[in-house]
Ligand binder design. Structure first.
Ligand code: PLP
Length: 383
């Protein structure tokens, strides 16, 4: 990376400066101006709770929702706030009509909690999950062909990641959605990492269901995600809890959650604007470049072979720890030692039996931090 990086802005984040934070992907981090925006909303709420909840909140939520719809290119009648991608996928599973013997397509990259949610639904309906293995280095043609080959006359729903979690694989959802829909299969896109790391246009993608986080890459306060539902399914969507706007239908049933602190949702447009001031495209390109540099730096430090690792322009990259022969619990212990002994937050997942270090880059990161992680790994792995 060059010496001058106009997008390096650690001062705009409230992160503990005694640590290096190289795992934005797991839980995000909220910039100071966005924390301030949420504080202002909380001030209004606490200044007069009755006025806020009775006369201000619904209008303010709708305004915030419309701002996020504009960011996603989503039809405002089809997009609701949810707490997180897990809630979004759960809402789809609870509402989608599955019958005994129906099949649901997934891949072996599916997020663990999403798999659990789907398993419970499938068990209840006596439906079957059909898991399609996709090698880490599979190209788009392979992915499309493999999923289409698994479709049968009983396939009702496919759950596909846009960017998978542990394996950071970019799935060709622009091809998968129409190809599966043509075969009568509804598609739920798990887009947990997509907003902010890719330009999302739901009007062009036209998924049946889509859910993505704003508390990851757009750095909104935690508990902020959107669930998009295509017109044909909106009438089926059921929210939990069942609250006052039950008879107004989707998306209002989801936006009215009974009494709760929804200031994270109200502050989310400020998070989108925070990055807009730098230029979203410039932010995405800068972070993708930085994390690619970080990946190369760490790989060189520990002698890792990057062959076959995903190389899409995303703000996350993998370094395989093939010399580390540990269980998932041992990988977690290594991650914690790197945090506790070396002051570096990171994440190591075991995907398909392979330990994969996942790096992130956000505007508070800079190149030297990845060299520090490389040194910490060398020491912990006794290289
Ligand atoms: C692909 C994918 N799906 C779902 C989730 C769950 O997100 P959340 O914890 O915000 O519900 C994640 C989180 O990292 C993810 O990467």
């Amino acid at each position: 990376m060059g010496d001058i990086d106009p997008l390096y802005h650690p001062e705009l984040w409230a992160l503990d400066p005694s640590m290096l934070h190289l795992n934005h992907g797991s839980f995000g981090a909220v910039p100071r101006p966005v924390l301030e925006e949420q504080r202002l909303w909380r001030g209004r709420m606490e200044g007069n709770p009755v006025k806020f909840f009775r006369r201000e909140l619904q209008g303010a939520l709708d305004e915030a929702r419309l701002a996020l719809c504009a960011f996603l290119g989503a039809d405002p009648d089809g997009a609701a706030f949810v707490l997180n991608t897990t809630s979004g996928t759960n809402a789809v599973f609870a509402s989608f009509p599955l019958a005994a013997g129906d099949e649901v397509l997934i891949t072996d990259h599916i997020y663990g909690a999403v798999r659990f949610g789907l398993t419970r639904t499938a068990e209840r309906a006596a439906a079957r999950l059909v898991e399609v293995p996709i090698p880490l280095d599979a190209d788009d043609d392979f992915v499309v062909d493999a999923l289409l080959a698994a479709v049968t006359e009983r396939t009702r729903l496919a759950v596909v990641d846009h960017i998978s979690s542990a394996s950071v694989k970019l799935f060709p959802v622009e091809r998968l959605v129409p190809a599966l829909q043509e075969r009568g299969v509804a598609v739920l896109v798990d887009a947990a990492h997509a907003p902010g790391s890719l330009a999302v246009d739901l009007g062009a993608l036209r998924p049946d269901f889509w859910t993505g986080n704003f508390h990851k890459w757009p750095s909104a306060p935690r508990g902020t995600a959107m669930l998009y539902v295509a017109p044909r399914w909106r009438g089926l969507m059921r929210s939990y809890p069942v609250a006052w706007r039950e008879y107004e239908g989707f998306p209002h049933t989801f936006t009215h959650t009974a009494t709760a602190d929804q200031t994270a949702w109200l502050a989310a447009p400020a998070a989108v604007e925070f990055f807009e001031d730098f230029g979203w495209k410039a932010v995405r390109e800068r972070n993708a470049r930085l994390v690619a540099f970080g990946q190369a730096t760490v790989a060189e430090a520990i002698g890792a072979d990057l062959a076959g690792m995903p190389d899409a322009a995303l703000p996350m990259r993998l370094v395989p720890l093939d010399g580390f022969r540990g269980s998932p619990a041992e990988a977690e212990a290594l991650r914690d030692r790197i945090a506790d002994l070396h002051g570096i937050e990171t994440v190591i997942n075991v995907w398909s039996g392979r330990p994969l270090l996942r790096l992130s880059a956000q505007l508070y990161n800079t190149g030297a931090e990845y060299a520090a992680l490389g040194a910490a790994l060398r020491s912990e792995l006794e290289l």
